[in-house]
Design a protein around this ligand. Structure first.
Ligand SMILES: C[S@@+](CC[C@H](N)C(=O)[O-])C[C@H]1O[C@@H](n2cnc3c(N)ncnc32)[C@H](O)[C@@H]1O
Length: 295
């Protein structure tokens, strides 16, 4: 099977330049509201896919433990600096298309601002489903091609692609906008049942951000989010889905699984060697690395 391309943030100062100095306090707070509404109050073990520098991780306080997964090691290093190295967090450098976890390990997962980097979103969602136990909650955010700005631009003939058709639009390399119906169909095909949708960041325009005080703008967004089950016209959409169907039973004692051969591996806090195929996975500075296997 071919390997889909990866939008790797290795060495990027994304957290500082995009969030902390990028004037995105409104978007960050609006996402916080959506996560509070969709997350279960309590849980055991949550998987954060495309965790980046851990911007959202403090929002998962109701969970006993959180596994932060990202392809970029430097993003995880930043996350570890912010969140610390205690028992509560497991840092994993790995590819979402080849997840290294025992089947059914997690009772929840989130994927925020990450699906839009997936050239093969259905394949990514199928991997996530494998890592979840039946009944687990999955919160996925995606960039919505059917947003008001795109509809207006299309109506005024300033944009060629239709915001109403289901195919993804790649607006820059490995950055995709998806249609809400397409995302719901992929979720269903991957054995997820969509339960609730919230539309987010309705007022993501310089005009609103300059004129309306932050707290008021976030309140306005919080109210507008509640229309998400009826229509989706905002640039960002959050879906809460539940894992349905069966998941294969994990091998006893397995936390990880070898992404090369599928053999179960423990969470040992040290380098791992797969007893099935001999692949070697380093554990360095508190980060497990499953990106390449060295035999
Ligand atoms: C836009 S950032 C979002 C970070 C964080 N979720 C947030 O909202 O602040 C997307 C992250 O997804 C990661 N990523 C992209 N493709 C990936 C893949 N195939 N496997 C694992 N991580 C991936 C990138 O390295 C990056 O850190």
């Amino acid at each position: 099977m071919s390997n889909p391309p990866i939008c790797d943030y290795e060495g990027s100062d994304y957290q500082a330049s995009f969030w902390e100095q990028g004037g995105r306090a409104y978007e960050d707070a609006a996402e916080g509201v959506a996560l509070r509404r969709l997350l279960p109050a309590r849980g055991r073990l949550l998987l954060e896919l495309g965790a980046g520098a851990g911007r959202n991780t403090p929002r998962y306080q109701g969970f006993e433990r959180v596994a932060l997964l990202d392809y970029s090691r430097t993003q995880l290093e930043q996350a570890r600096q912010r969140l610390g190295s205690g028992e509560r967090y497991v840092y994993v450098a790995a590819n979402i298309y080849r997840l290294p976890f025992a089947p059914g390990l997690f009772d929840a997962a989130t994927m925020i601002r990450t699906l839009h980097h997936m050239a093969e979103p259905e394949r990514a969602l199928a991997q996530v489903r494998q890592a979840l136990e039946p009944g687990a909650v999955f919160i996925v955010e995606f960039a919505n091609k059917q947003n008001l700005k795109a509809i207006l631009r299309y109506g005024l003939r300033r944009q060629k692609w239709s915001p109403f058709s289901r195919e993804p639009v790649e607006f820059t390399e490995l950055n995709f906008d998806f249609h809400p119906r397409a995302v719901r169909a992929w979720l269903k095909a991957s054995q997820f049942s969509a339960q609730r949708q919230l539309t987010v960041s309705h007022f993501r325009m310089g005009f609103f951000k300059r004129l309306v005080p932050l707290r008021l703008l976030v309140r306005m967004d919080a109210a507008a989010q509640l229309t998400g089950n009826w229509w989706q016209l905002s640039p960002s959409v959050f879906v809460r889905a539940q894992a349905v169907g069966q998941t294969p039973r994990p091998q006893p004692g397995a936390f990880f699984r070898c992404p090369a051969c599928g053999e179960g591996l423990p969470e040992a806090g040290q380098n791992l060697t797969c007893p099935g195929c001999g692949a070697h996975y380093p554990f360095e500075d508190g980060i497990y690395d499953f990106r390449e296997q060295a035999t």
